[in-house]
Design a protein around this ligand. Sequence first.
Ligand code: FE2
Length: 199
Amino acid sequence: MSLQLNRTTFGDAANKGNVLSKAEAEKLFNDWVINPRLQLHMKQVAHLMKSWAAEKENLNEEDQWRWEMAGLLHDADWDQWPDQHCKKIIEELERRNIDPEIIHAIASHGPNHFGVAPETEMDKMLFAFDELSGLIHAYSLMRPRGYDGMELKGVKKRLKEKSFAANVSRDEIDDACQRAGVPLDDLINFIISKQGAVS
Ligand SMILES: [Fe+2]
């Protein structure tokens, strides 16, 4: 299911830097997202975004939270309003005068579904983490020790098996890596090293 957003600008430039507090973001998250598996996915993507912002982009804590917030809320409307994904969360954040960069990241996390191209590093990494995070989590669930001892080659083997996590688009993963300018192996290794902390 996908909805073309039919616009390319989101939020108001005057709201740059405006964020939800962590408590506000958690309240929105808990009010809107019911499915525990989706909650976990969103928390994992949030953690990857924060970690990448800190370690690869060397951003300060304020900016790390902007990245984390985009990850935490990117699928917030999927559970209860799948036919309005991701229009509803965008409109909610616009109503709350949130930083347009955070809203743009959410709007562009599925360029082939919503028709909005990722532009900033935040946009590109949210798109890149989204699908790959899910596949690696699925792999962790079939391993006796989860993320412990997980290796790059194991993930790549699963990627080649079309029947494994069949809903995860391999083409989208390739597309996302190219747009982000990050080699697939680096991205997989980063996720392996971080994602086990949120499970
Ligand atoms: Fe997602």
